[in-house]
Design a protein around this ligand. Structure first.
Ligand SMILES: *Cc1c(COP(=O)(O)O)cnc(C)c1O
Length: 216
């Protein structure tokens, strides 16, 4: 028997099959039964945006799931998440990076992180400006954070129907990404993942198109 989640996944995997990319299934607000449906279809990367939810799910769901923290992360919650998280997407300040490094060192781990870059025209979205990012990356200060491994960049486009604007924002982030030796460029969601892939993304974060609308 195949559920709608499984057929949604199949459709997306077919659509993106020409691209080298990781699909992160964004399971925020969704119950464990639905996550297991996707898991049973072979999905292993899942994204959550709340620390409590990620920890609660990670504790009971299969241990080979890779948990992605995709939301804004508060420094006082970092300690709860480091034992469980595979990749933190939204590192948006050096203070947060410092705290991740501190908590990761306590449990003797290296935590994979993406630096979030502010590419949207709204100022509500978090992230480094391109100038701040360049300053940090060329400063050499990242070497001080031995328990953090910067894998790449993450960005969120403006919330708009104007796909030309969204495409330009993705292209700008790709250009920044190409200036550095990095592995992961996380951009693209349900409404724009194909456009993001065309612009050079290699990690997409898709919730609604897999699990349906969220009520919360
Ligand atoms: C919720 C969320 C997504 C997934 O959004 P959908 O439109 O449901 O695919 C992706 N990235 C981040 C950072 C999110 O918070």
């Amino acid at each position: 028997m195949s559920s709608s989640i499984q057929s949604n996944l199949e459709t997306i995997l077919t659509t993106i099959s020409g691209y080298e990319c990781t699909l992160v299934a964004v399971s925020k607000t969704k119950p464990n039964e639905l996550i297991l449906e996707a898991y049973d279809a072979g999905q292993r990367d899942f994204g959550e945006n709340k620390v409590q939810d990620l920890v609660a799910k990670a504790e009971v769901l299969p241990k080979d799931i890779k948990w992605h923290m995709i939301g804004h992360l508060q420094r006082n919650k970092v300690k709860y998440i480091v034992p469980f998280v595979h990749l933190i997407h939204g590192v948006d300040s050096e203070k947060l990076l410092k705290e991740i490094n501190k908590q990761a060192s306590k449990i003797d781990q290296v935590i994979n992180c993406l630096l979030q870059v502010h590419i949207a025209s709204e100022d509500s979205k978090f992230g480094f400006s391109e100038d701040e990012l360049n300053e940090l990356l060329v400063s050499g200060r990242l070497n001080e954070y031995a328990h953090v491994s910067i894998k790449g960049l993450m960005g969120m486009a403006t919330f708009t129907q104007n796909m030309e604007q969204v495409g330009e924002e993705f292209a700008r982030l790709k250009k920044v990404y190409d200036q550095y030796d990095m592995q992961t460029l996380s951009m693209g969601m349900s409404g724009d993942y194909l456009l993001a892939l065309e612009k050079g993304s290699n990690m997409i974060r898709v919730g609604t198109a897999i699990f349906g609308k969220r009520n919360l």
